[in-house]
Design a protein around this ligand. Structure first.
Ligand SMILES: [Fe+2]
Ligand SMILES: [Fe+2]
Length: 321
């Protein structure tokens, strides 16, 4: 059954139709880093009338749309290439240009507009972090996502990546996005919405125009990753490992407490190297993790597949050595 639009998160709504981004932008609702909030909660947080937003979303949905913007229907390997060719290429081309413009404006106008010095410093921090971030995506995460897609088509299982899992690396990528979003929000506030002052020279005006363009491009870039590519990659990774997971699942919520740990260790001891089982619990099973570290040191792997708030799913495996 189709989930009603007001029950969806902001990110899910934009993932289904990117034109909705314009509506959220207008009302100051964050659809990329903060896109995991349900629509009504996001409206309440911003003091915006949810009915008005729903009406505008309805109007957008009824207008003629560009089918090429249905990013949520693209294959993941194609989407990953698109992000690199479109957004990473744009970001890499803008970073040195904006660094030069920001430094020049801070030098020339820093005394009369001290905020330009902070903008130049924030830009240096943001661009340095973002270059490293895109490298991690291009060299580690995206090739692994493309391997998952190939493995699904070929019907084989991909080798476990050196970085653990897509799920783990994606958590780091999302934290980087959060930091980039914070830097851009600070620049936007300092520049009063990228508005140059009356006495701004051409470079000053160009800097703020390019920063506004960069901000819009980065919001779309982060949205495509946070709301479409990353959740679908985690879903695919979980699906690819499903046969192993499905055969052995211990739902500790249904087992009396005294029997839990003995059953878990009994199940673990019966595993062959590289086999695993899935543990379900209603809280973070950290004490169990420490017991494993104490009693089965260097013999086990521990991977969170879901971390609350209602359910914790942990994949516990026997390592090779
Ligand atoms: Fe990216
Ligand atoms: Fe990213």
């Amino acid at each position: 059954m189709e989930v009603q639009i007001d029950k969806k998160t902001v990110g899910e709504i934009v993932a289904a139709d990117y034109r909705a981004a314009g509506v959220f932008e207008k009302h100051g609702i964050d659809f990329c880093c903060g896109g995991q909030i349900p629509l009504r909660a996001a409206c309440a947080e911003k003091g915006v009338d949810a009915e008005e937003v729903l009406q505008e979303l309805g109007q957008v949905a009824q207008s003629a749309g560009d089918p090429s913007e249905r990013y949520d229907q693209w294959e993941l390997d194609f989407l990953a290439d698109y992000i690199v060719n479109q957004h990473h290429a744009y970001t890499k081309s803008m970073i040195p240009r904006l660094k030069e413009f920001a430094a020049t404006v801070a030098d020339v106008h820093g005394d009369s507009h001290p905020e330009t010095r902070t903008v130049a410093r924030l830009w240096d921090e943001l661009s340095g972090e973002f270059i490293m971030h895109m490298q991690k995506e291009e060299l580690m995460l995206f090739p692994y996502i493309k391997r998952l897609v190939r493995s699904k088509a070929d019907g084989d299982l991909p080798a476990k990546p050196r970085f653990g899992s897509a799920h783990e690396l994606i958590q780091d990528m999302e934290a980087d996005h959060e930091s980039a979003g914070d830097h851009l929000a600070q620049i936007e506030a300092l520049s009063e919405g990228f508005t140059p002052p009356q006495d701004a020279c051409n470079t000053y005006q160009a800097l703020y125009a390019y920063l506004a363009e960069f901000d819009a491009s980065t919001k779309k870039h982060v949205h495509l990753e946070n709301n479409i590519l990353f959740p679908k990659a985690v879903q695919l990774e979980t699906h690819m490992r499903k046969p192993d997971v499905e055969t052995k699942t211990i739902d500790v919520r249904t087992i009396p407490p005294p029997q839990r740990h003995p059953l878990i260790f009994q199940t673990f001891d019966a595993l062959e190297p590289e086999q695993s089982f899935l543990l379900l619990n209603d809280h973070d099973p950290k004490p169990l993790y420490y017991q494993f570290r104490f009693e089965r040191e260097n013999q086990f792997t521990w991977e969170y597949l879901e971390e609350g708030p209602a359910v914790w799913r942990v994949r516990i495996g026997r390592s090779l050595s």
